[in-house]
Design a protein around this ligand. Sequence first.
Ligand SMILES: Cc1cc2nc3c(=O)[nH]c(=O)nc-3n(C[C@H](O)[C@H](O)[C@H](O)COP(=O)(O)O)c2cc1C
Length: 335
Amino acid sequence: MTALTDSWRLADLELPNRVILAPLAGIGNWFVRLQARRYGAGLAVSEMVSSHAIHYRNARTLTELLRIDPRERAYGPVSIQLFGSDPAVMRTAARYVAELGADLIDLNMGCPVPKVCRTGAGAALLDDGERAVALATAAREGSGLPVTVKLRSGRRRGDSSGIELAHRLVEEAGVSAIAIHPRAAVAGHKGGPDYAAVAELVRTLDAPVILSGGLHTAAAVREAFALTGADAVMIARGSLGNPWIFAELLGARDSPPARAEVLSELEWLIERAVEHLGVARATRYLRRFYPWYLERLVLDRRHARQLQCALQVSESFAAVRGLLATAPEAMPTTV
Ligand SMILES: Cc1cc2nc3c(=O)[nH]c(=O)nc-3n(C[C@H](O)[C@H](O)[C@H](O)COP(=O)(O)O)c2cc1C
């Protein structure tokens, strides 16, 4: 039986294991990807980036969202996720991303957000196979890189448009792998994922299948990996504030992080965020991250709430460090 620690081939790339950081909008920048790789992830996919914004050279898109750091590159291939609906625009955006040094392009055909779907991108492509095939072909030809697509099982409950589209993308557009999140787009991120649909795709698709959805603990990941026979797994919400999940899945640790490890990881994040955004923006940016890490500290409810509120209004990292230092030593109970 295949193990998560086994290496595998994705197009012409040799990946060291089958555990991948999923694309996470507003989160999956270079240092979050670097963090996942430090803990062993075999690949980390960027947050979704607008092909339109790249085509029209939006400054922040180019310098921030598309930043690839040499430290993450040192760990191996870099995958950048693009979204869009115009094949000509996708072609030039994909070329730009290839010139920047990406090794893989992932296309988003699963985002259910109305603002994205209204433009014909994301999950709207599940209803527009012709355009989806044209986009994937344009990305492949424009970049000269292998292209993967991340999609949903369908747009509406009970519809299998994503499964059908996966076959077309591989057969007609030469897509190298399909990442599937087997919840209908209308379900957002709620409800149980349909792992039987993934198992069926694995049996019938002539390309690797990467599983996403419901992979929040190491036990859940192992169970779904065995059940579906997928080639690899993508960890999304299960990685928030928990890079240790990668090490656990890869057999590199079996105990949860101690307080000192959690605090030292937060310090690492602060330093990288400052590098990326400067002090003022990093101070605000990291507020979203604190609740995820506080969960690892297993504080009593009252203390957790107080700390949380104080961190959300902290105006400096000196204040943040001072607050974190008040978190008592407590043995967490789960990874
Ligand atoms: C905050 C957040 C941002 C996300 N951003 C993206 C994205 O940019 N591109 C994408 O393909 N999926 C995105 N997703 C979907 C995840 O990659 C993943 O498929 C989904 O969360 C299901 O996995 P989970 O149940 O293990 O979290 C996002 C999910 C969350 C929660």
